[in-house]
Design a protein around this ligand. Structure first.
Ligand SMILES: Nc1nc2c(ncn2[C@@H]2O[C@H](COP(=O)(O)OP(=O)(O)OP(=O)(O)O)[C@@H](O)[C@H]2O)c(=O)[nH]1
Ligand SMILES: [Mg+2]
Length: 358
């Protein structure tokens, strides 16, 4: 899964990136960088750790998240090209965006930009996403008109046109594409555009350690736009450099109960509607990430296309049952071992072995 970290200049994007990845990318009050930072983080899962202890596999594979920390978007971009073409392509290729909003006071930043105003900043960013989408959609509509004039009028193009008309209408009302109800076919027709205002958004309120957890009113307002979490970015980044016991002590001082990455991952899975299923064995214990609504067939395809093509059934039991009973044998004896078909809706924590024949 790829998550882009985006936001206005000096909102603390790279600081949050460092806190999440434990990398040490440059943060600065003055310098402006133009290239993104990349980092990959394993998604720690207690369940995988436990399964690995029992199956003792040759390899244990956790899910991972790739973070891309983008250069800043400007606040009042005249030509709406808020990122270089290269960065824009990277941004569009993400599965979700984490939008960092500055909620800390800093004399230099207050003067150069304005005093921290997270809600205003969020709206400014969202408007840029909407404008960028609108430009792309309108460009395509012009091309479609040209095709029509040349006599090219396939069903696919007509569907695309119909959806793009809906899209531009909504964007012109300064509303995101995610606010339109679209069928799967309609979504497919515009998937290639990778519209920004269609992406799941996770808001990261970057507070000062002095005002952390004192922003409930603001959080409520932001929550209306999208899932929102609050970090003291700089403090979290510094915590990442301490050993575990030391970090724990400092966290207690600020009433922080969980690491930034754990809080982030939980919220990201929720925002994106994701769950985990596991495969186990003496070779490999592994976590897989799928959508909440995915079926056993989707899960099989996630592992390998052959498994979906030759799908026979999914031998399934739940991690919780496994934890309670301690072995696959006990799971079977207690009638908790299930044979599921293609349309079975996979649940978070299912342990699956796909029987297939190709
Ligand atoms: N007090 C305080 N300062 C912060 C916090 N987060 C970031 N800063 C400071 O703000 C400045 C900018 O931080 P960066 O993380 O580089 O911000 P950025 O959004 O990546 O900046 P650009 O990529 O240049 O737009 C640095 O001087 C940070 O130390 C915070 O939570 N509290
Ligand atoms: Mg940065």
């Amino acid at each position: 899964m790829k998550i882009g970290i985006s936001g206005l200049p000096k909102s603390g994007k790279t600081t949050i990136f460092n806190a999440l990845t434990k990398l040490e990318a440059d943060t600065s009050l003055y310098d402006i960088k133009s290239e993104p930072n990349l980092g990959i983080v394993q998604v720690f899962d207690e369940r995988i750790k436990h399964l690995s202890e029992i199956y003792k596999p040759k390899s244990t594979i956790y899910a991972n998240i790739e973070f891309i920390d983008f250069p800043a978007m400007s606040e009042d971009n005249q030509d709406h090209q808020f990122l270089s073409t290269n960065s824009m392509t990277l941004l569009k290729n993400t599965d979700a965006l984490a939008i960092v909003l500055r909620n800390f006071q800093d004399d230099v930043l207050d003067q150069t930009y304005h005093e921290a105003n997270p809600e205003k900043d969020f709206n400014a960013i969202y408007e840029q996403f909407i404008l960028s989408d609108l430009i792309a959609a309108e460009k395509r509509l012009e091309k479609i008109e040209l095709s029509y004039k040349r006599g090219i009028k396939t069903a696919a193009i007509q569907l695309e046109e119909k959806v793009l008309r809906k899209v531009t209408e909504t964007l012109n009302e300064i509303k995101p594409i995610s606010s339109i109800t679209l069928t799967n076919d309609e979504l497919k027709a515009i998937r290639g555009f990778q519209f920004l205002s269609l992406k799941p958004i996770l808001i990261v309120l970057n507070s000062d350690e002095n005002n952390l957890f004192q922003n409930s009113e603001l959080l409520d307002k932001l929550q209306k736009h999208s899932n929102c979490i609050e970090f003291a970015g700089k403090f979290e980044m510094e915590l990442g450099r301490l050993d575990e016991d030391e970090a724990k002590m400092f966290m207690e001082d600020l009433n922080i109960t969980d690491s930034a990455i754990n809080v982030f991952v939980k919220s990201a899975y929720q925002t994106l509607g994701l769950i985990s299923f596991f495969t186990v064995g003496s070779d490999e214990v592994r976590a897989w990430t799928i959508n909440k609504s995915d079926t056993a067939l989707d899960a099989a395809g996630k592992i390998h296309s052959d498994l979906a093509r030759g799908f026979i059934r999914a031998e399934t039991f739940s991690y919780d049952d496994f934890k309670t009973h301690g072995s696959e044998k006990a799971i079977r004896e207690n009638g908790l071992f299930r044979l599921e078909g293609k349309t079975y809706q996979v649940k978070d924590g299912d342990i699956i072995n796909v029987r297939f024949n190709v």
